[in-house]
Design a protein around this ligand. Structure first.
Ligand code: HMG
Ligand code: MG
Length: 288
């Protein structure tokens, strides 16, 4: 039997947060519904963040209310603080993701506080989630490079991963936020992180600015990681990380994994249909 690798589809959140066009909620709902037919077990739908900072996702509750939930699929939302957690729960998110940075510069730009303060903001989220039995995913951004602070020391990444694990995260996703990491850098970072947790608790979240993301996934597979985030049509980026390009493309990741002998559990034709729809959303002007 082939070994399984899970792909967490993040296009509705990471992809659409970075689009200059405000995508209508009905189109987001349709995208999530198409993704629900692909075989993903986790789909990151939206974020409960300040609508002034991320107007693209101001319709988070409407989108979660509108989707057709497929049994067996976990629908995740980002929550930066307890206010976001409560809104995400009221809207029916199955899992919440808290998001920290390994670098101070990005932490301030993204969530307006220091790394240490962010962990304190996450504490009540983790506590409430534990009480309600809601799984929490952690993110660490800028695991190799920060658009503000430059190269990130591997020890800083390990420290934040350990803090998120201590809060009770079931998994921490390691973000190469601006997609500039090369395999040797990802490997060094993973070696430091694997000193504080096991590969089974980690995911790779590699943006693909310089075309290294697939190789970064390969090196992560060698170190035992079996969960990777990606986006159909390569959507993605962060409005607070200048130079951040899209996430690695789901179809490319799935093809590479199948080629390497892993089972992704995905229906590739269904992924292709979702990708075509997602591409229409971002190339709206050319299609309309
Ligand atoms: P703040 O200014 O420190 O917080 O923002 P505050 O508590 O002082 O509140 C400021 C305003 O935001 C207030 O509204 C609050 O009510 C409101 P006002 O009085 O001005 O009208 N507010 C909220 N509104 C809705 N939902 C909330 C919420 N919290 C406060 N949860 C905050 C802190 C984090 C909220 C803000 O800085 C923010 O929203 N930042 C956006 C962060 C974001 O979404 N970034 C993109 C996602 S992260 C990413 O892409 C990286 C990742 O993909 C991994 C990788 O690639 O590396 C995950
Ligand atoms: Mg990202």
């Amino acid at each position: 039997m082939r070994e399984q690798v899970s792909i967490v589809e993040v296009s509705p959140r990471d992809g659409l947060q970075n689009e200059s066009r405000l995508v209508p909620a009905a189109d987001k709902v349709h995208l999530v519904n198409l993704l629900s037919d692909c075989g993903f077990t986790r789909i990151e739908v939206t974020s409960f963040v300040s609508p002034k900072r991320v107007p693209q996702l101001a319709d988070a509750a409407e989108v979660l209310a509108g989707i057709t939930r497929r049994p067996g699929v976990t629908y995740t939302a980002l929550a930066p603080n307890i206010k976001g957690y409560e809104a995400a729960r009221a809207a029916g998110a199955d899992e919440v993701a808290i998001f920290a940075s390994a670098s101070e510069g990005f932490s301030w730009a993204n969530i307006n506080c220091s790394v240490a303060e962010s962990i304190e903001r996450f504490r009540p989220v983790a506590k409430a989630a534990a009480t309600e039995g809601i799984p929490v995913r952690g993110y660490v951004s800028c695991v190799v490079h920060c658009p503000y602070d430059g190269p990130t020391p591997t020890a800083a990444v390990a420290r934040v991963v350990a803090a998120l694990m201590e809060l009770g995260c079931r998994e921490v996703s390691l973000g190469d936020t601006i997609g500039r990491g090369v395999p040797a850098e990802i490997a060094a970072m993973l070696d430091a992180v694997l000193d504080v947790t096991s590969a089974a608790k980690l995911a790779g979240h590699y943006h693909d600015t310089d075309g290294h993301a697939l190789d970064n996934i390969r090196i992560s597979l060698e170190r035992g990681l079996r969960v990777f985030d990606s986006s159909v049509a390569g959507l993605g980026g962060c409005p607070f990380a200048p130079g951040a390009k899209g996430n690695v493309d789901t179809l490319a990741v799935a093809a590479m994994l199948e080629h390497e002998g892993y089972d992704t559990g995905l229906d590739i034709d269904a992924v292709r249909r979702a990708a075509e729809f997602a591409a229409r959303l971002i190339h709206f002007d050319e299609w309309s």
